[in-house]
Ligand binder design. Structure first.
Ligand code: SF4
Length: 284
């Protein structure tokens, strides 16, 4: 089995038990052996990941107390949050919300209960103006007490030089993030496997995985953008985006994200000026 090194974070299904020193995100459902998983991974367990169906199962939520869990949220899962709110508060949930017609409803609901949210960047399209509404909600809702990612990290990057881009926020940093499918294929993430692009499978050695064509493609992606004079090289938002949005489809519309980056950068700069101003006053 692939010996993923200590600096890696590997997203695995609940029937795969990786050895070694890597951290893991384990995909679970109501039938998953939670006790066996937590016993096997101990401190190597970064978090669980599940669909909103998990919210309907009291016993599953009880067994997840104290653990961080990423839950994909659709509008049909909102009632279950209300039903199990108390139990859910014993876990550390982050709701993953796709960009579609129900996004604002889901975000409003989850953040209204002070649960953090992460919108799924890859699910957006130009026809879909939802991103603009999400940004307005994030920037102008005075009642918001929890972060909406990846917007929060991207604005921090401008204001404080945190140095993250969409590859980091979407857990697709080629140096550290890996994904193992139910059929044991290894790739960067689910979206790459959906396109049948993989590094190999879990019977391959680490050396073979990192020598694979796809891994090398990811490792050299930025340099190749410049070599090939990709339009992304001339984009003013290359730093926060990293050409993530067009990595699978070079002609994918991204104008809506450009508008978002522009506003986030402007707000980030305002914050940066304020921080400097107050730091200067403190030293007087
Ligand atoms: S916003 Fe679009 S054009 Fe700009 S770097 Fe990202 S994918 Fe490329």
């Amino acid at each position: 089995m692939t010996d993923f090194p200590a600096h890696t974070l590997v997203n695995v299904p609940d029937h795969v038990f990786l050895k070694g020193r890597c951290q893991v995100i384990v995909r679970i459902d109501k039938t998953s052996p939670i006790k066996k998983i937590t016993t096997h991974y101990k401190k190597r367990l970064h978090c669980f990941q599940a669909s909103h169906e998990i919210l309907k199962h009291t016993a599953s939520l009880e067994s997840l107390a104290d653990y961080k869990i990423r839950i994909t949220l659709k509008a049909s899962g909102l009632a279950a949050i209300t039903d199990h709110e108390e139990l859910l508060r014993q876990t550390r949930p982050v709701f993953l919300v796709p960009l579609d017609k129900n996004t604002i409803k889901c975000i409003n609901f989850a953040t209204g209960l002070n649960f953090p949210v992460h919108i799924v960047a890859e699910t957006s399209s130009d026809k879909n103006r939802v991103l603009k509404k999400v940004l307005e909600f994030y920037l102008h809702n005075p009642l918001l007490t929890v972060p909406i990612e990846p917007l929060h990290t991207l604005i921090q990057t401008t204001a404080r030089g945190a140095g993250f881009n969409l590859w980091d926020t979407e857990l697709e940093n080629w140096k550290s993030d890996f994904f193992v499918s139910d059929r044991l294929r290894v790739s960067l993430s689910g979206r790459w496997l959906d396109q049948k692009k993989s590094y190999g499978d879990t019977t391959d050695t680490w050396k073979k995985i990192t020598a694979s064509k796809l891994y090398q493609h990811h490792a050299n992606y930025k340099q190749n953008l410049f070599k090939q004079k990709s339009p992304c090289v001339f984009c003013p938002h290359l730093a926060p985006c990293g050409a993530y949005l067009r990595a699978l489809k070079p002609d994918k519309p991204c104008e809506h994200w450009k508008e978002t980056f522009k506003k986030l950068e402007a707000e980030g700069l305002k914050a940066k000026k304020l921080i400097k101003k107050y730091e200067a006053q403190e030293t007087l």
